[in-house]
Design a protein around this ligand. Sequence first.
Ligand SMILES: C[S@@+](CC[C@H](N)C(=O)[O-])C[C@H]1O[C@@H](n2cnc3c(N)ncnc32)[C@H](O)[C@@H]1O
Length: 277
Amino acid sequence: MTDVLEGVRTHYRAIGLTERLKTVLAVFGPEGQRLTSQQLSALDQFHTRGLAATAELAKLAGITADTSVLDVGSGIGGPARYLAETFGCRVAGIDLSEPFVDAARYLTERTGQAGQVSFQTASALALPFDDARFDVVLLQHVAMNIADRAQLYREIRRVLKSGGKLATFDVVLNGGDPHYPVPWARTPETSFLLTADATCEAIEQAGFHTLTAHDDTEAAKNWAAQLRASGPPPSPNLGVVMGPDFAQLAANLGRNLMEGRLGILMAVFEAVSKSAR
Ligand SMILES: C[S@@+](CC[C@H](N)C(=O)[O-])C[C@H]1O[C@@H](n2cnc3c(N)ncnc32)[C@H](O)[C@@H]1O
């Protein structure tokens, strides 16, 4: 594993995460009792605007019960569980962080979705799937941890069927260097931001054409302002996953958005067949 991947893995190492989750989720009842996605949504959607953003992205991607979905950088699995519950589709997730994958499997058992949603530890740069296996790939708040964007988008194109879709929701560089630490990186060494235009260009070069791309920054700023006004969130929340300094990391993301340093891109791309390129 390269130094960069090792650095990212360290950032998301979340030692003892599943045990911590068991403790905080006891508030919803004993182990044998099913959890709902609503109960988990404050801690299992690890991106700006949480569940609302996942729902919007899924709608843009046109997911139905017949869609086979891969969630790249699936975190602790909230987006994957939401898609399976809402559309009845099957979802596979991969993530670099073993503790996250462990936690994702545990939570998916607890929601009773293990037959429909699966997770494995893997790198987005070497996806453990055959070519042309999926209809939709979801990539939410992951690319900013990946230096080799060309390889990332090539791998995603490889596992998508021609005509399949890449649905992405990512933090992008806007008007200046961000303040660190941020939720995906405590230092600049593991942060690899591109502008929205450069992101779309890199994706198109890997064999896609843009179906829709919109600037989600204003919505993210409103969300950050609401969080700031409402004070510390009730537990369970994402601090359980990322540690006690998470409030500081999230506050810096809000500040970077407010100061126009960072932006948010929501976009869907179609995989172009080789003969059409
Ligand atoms: C901010 S979290 C987002 C998680 C999830 N997509 C969500 O929105 O809830 C970023 C995730 O990307 C994963 N990640 C970062 N670099 C990766 C890589 N090269 N391969 C696979 N996963 C990666 C991290 O382990 C982490 O779970």
